[in-house]
Design a protein. Structure first.
Length: 443
């Protein structure tokens, strides 16, 4: 089996240690000869990189490990780039979540105005990484799971249409894990049918490998409890805000009982409730929870490893569910024809939806990339919701390309999460002011 060279773009992310631990845990399936962290923040990446260098020397000395801010050093000889960047870091995520609250709109990092603001920042960063990859490693594949995935995927389609970029999200993986707990199965033993956009879709079938359908059983559970399972509460230490999100799925199911909903639909179908839930604590949003929790925990572990000169007894958490990244890389490397939910250009996968829409559907992945499985026609309710949302994403990318204030105003106005053009315009003024040079100069 070939040993691979991998670069993690976003090396200073709090998720990086978990991804590294996951890669170490999968060495029999996906052996590494070289692992490089790449980030434009040398201080932040250096804190994690120094600790991970110690850890890898102890646990996997055969892997050539380094971290750098030099794209040539990072990408040369790379087989895969695993990208999880956050342009503006948590400082800007906090603004994405808090600015909308001032205008009576919920604040969230991937949905609504916060997601649009984040998307405008992410496009530039993603294009830079793609260009580095194509310059220094033309045979490299990018496995992109950077948020907001829908806008990033549309930007790649428009601006880098021939790039070897695979767009994927862990949300369907996480929800499938909860579904498997409900019916006492293993996630890898289940095959699903699903249609939608990123963070905006529905499951239409959950079968085991023998063909037994479980959607009715799961639907009965979700109607009472949402996707929250006691296993998640007891063993995964799910944050309270996420517990509420998983429970809310029962209300989403009530609206469209024929399919199982993606939990992020709560932001589009119940935006008023989402705002009411957040407005009582406008100075303490999800970004603050992350900074006080995972951010402090990960960097504290890194500091302790460096101080001790050893990672013995100081374990970074393994991002176990992120093994889907290895499944995707293996599918490309070994032509395994893995079945995974991916974000791809529609091209008929959903029959009654635009071909140039970036949709999220099950795909078969091999050496040449993903091949979407057809989902047929979808009902008018879902079709209409999806069309409205996909046009928001297209307008955002057009606003970026054309530096168009008008199209950005239209994108915000069209979003189901914003009540009027007046509110959209007021929001836009604040977003432009706070994002500064992260955004193009709109006119």
């Amino acid at each position: 089996m070939k040993d691979f060279s991998v670069v993690i773009a976003g090396g200073g992310s709090t998720f990086t240690p978990g991804i590294v631990m996951m890669l170490l845990d999968n060495q029999e399936r996906f052996p590494l000869r070289k692992l490089t962290l790449y980030d434009n923040d040398d201080v932040r990446q250096g804190q994690l990189g120094e600790a991970l260098a110690i850890l890898l020397k102890e646990q996997a000395p055969q892997i050539d490990f380094s971290y750098t801010t030099d794209p040539e050093a990072a990408f040369t000889d790379a087989d895969f780039c695993m990208a999880h960047i956050r342009v503006g870091k948590y400082e800007m995520r906090e603004k994405d979540e808090k600015i909308p609250l001032k205008h009576g709109v919920f604040g969230q990092e991937t949905c609504g105005p916060g997601g649009i603001a984040y998307g405008m920042r992410s496009i530039t960063g993603m294009l830079e990484i793609i260009d580095h990859m194509e310059t220094y490693a033309p045979n490299c594949w990018m496995l992109n799971y950077s948020n907001p995935a829908a806008i990033v995927a549309e930007a790649c389609r428009v601006l880098r249409p021939h790039a070897k970029v695979l767009n994927i999200c862990d949300m369907p993986v996480g929800t499938l894990r909860r579904m498997s707990q409900i019916i006492n199965k293993q996630p890898e033993d289940l095959e699903v049918r699903y249609f939608g956009l990123n963070h905006f879709g529905w499951w239409t079938s959950i079968k085991d490998k023998a063909g037994t359908e479980y959607i009715q059983d799961i639907r009965a559970y979700v109607a009472k409890h949402g996707y929250l399972t006691q296993v998640e509460v007891d063993t995964q230490h799910t944050d309270p805000s996420w517990q509420e999100t998983h429970k809310k799925a029962k209300d989403l199911l009530a609206l469209t009982p024929e399919f199982l909903p993606n939990t992020y639909l709560q932001y589009y179908l119940y935006p008023d409730e989402m705002f009411d839930h957040m407005k009582d604590h406008p100075e303490h949003t999800r970004a603050n929870e992350v900074m006080e929790g995972r951010e402090k925990r990960v960097f504290a572990h890194a500091k302790k490893i460096v101080e001790n000169g050893s990672a013995q007894g100081i374990a970074f958490e393994i991002d176990a569910h992120a093994s889907f990244i290895v499944d995707l890389a293996r599918a490309i490397a070994f032509n395994t024809h893995e079945r995974m939910i991916m974000i791809v250009e529609n091209n008929g996968a959903i029959a009654n939806f635009p071909d140039d829409a970036m949709v999220e559907v099950p795909c078969i992945i091999g050496t040449d990339g993903p091949e979407a499985l057809t989902q047929g026609n979808i009902p008018a309710f879902q079709q209409t919701l999806m069309y409205q949302q996909v046009m928001v994403e297209k307008l955002v990318v057009e606003a970026y390309v054309e530096k168009s204030y008008q199209k950005m105003w239209q994108a915000l106005t069209l979003s189901k999460t914003i009540p009027s053009a007046k509110v959209a315009k007021e929001l836009l003024a604040d977003l432009v002011s706070e994002n500064g040079d992260y955004w193009p100069d709109l006119h």
